[in-house]
Write a protein that binds this ligand. Structure first.
Ligand code: ZN
Length: 175
């Protein structure tokens, strides 16, 4: 197995959590009597760039699909953290109506809704359509897709309007 970031062969096991079903893949009542897939959850750290990662046992689009069950807004304490974080970021970086905050893995808009409250334009990107629908209800524009070079080219780099703004990116990998 090679590092996703730098392609170095991975030799160091960071931790081994043995086997687990895919996270948030809840079973329906009917599925409870059937088999459930478990995957090795061996976590490696790269010698070269220190990226911590698991092997790819299941494709991302099979995990992050229309039936995704994790909605970030379920947690009131997490929402409070998101609100506090937004206020801190606005104070620190001076985001305003000329900024654009892009969140990768924006889920149900739990974070970007607070930038909206301060009239800071936002754009969410998340592959799970059901969470994105909730985000849209909160007024958070959301692209339903994985963020990668393909999406960056198709939706962002080719859309000059986005760059009329003072373009600020916050990579929110807090989950
Ligand atoms: Zn690496």
């Amino acid at each position: 197995m090679k590092c996703r970031h730098c392609n170095t062969e991975l030799r160091n096991v960071f931790t081994d959590l043995v086997y687990s079903p895919v996270s948030n893949a809840m079973l329906s009542r009917e599925q409870l009597n059937g088999p459930e897939s478990y995957y090795p959850l061996k976590i490696f750290v790269c010698d070269n760039c220190y990226l911590v990662q698991v092997d790819e046992m299941e494709k991302a689009d099979k995990i992050f699909d229309e039936e995704y069950t994790y909605f970030s807004s379920f947690s009131k304490s997490w929402l409070q953290h998101a609100k506090d974080y937004v206020e801190m970021m606005i104070e620190k970086f001076g985001f305003d109506e000329k900024s654009l905050v892009l969140e990768i893995a924006s889920n149900d808009g739990y974070l970007l809704q607070y930038f909206n409250e301060h009239n800071v334009p936002v754009l969410g990107v998340d592959p799970t359509a059901n969470t994105a629908r909730e985000a849209e209800k909160k007024g958070v524009r959301t692209i339903v897709d994985f963020f990668g070079s393909k999406l960056a080219k198709e939706y962002l780099l080719e859309n000059g309007k986005l760059f009329d703004h003072h373009f600020n990116i916050i990579l929110c990998m807090l989950k």
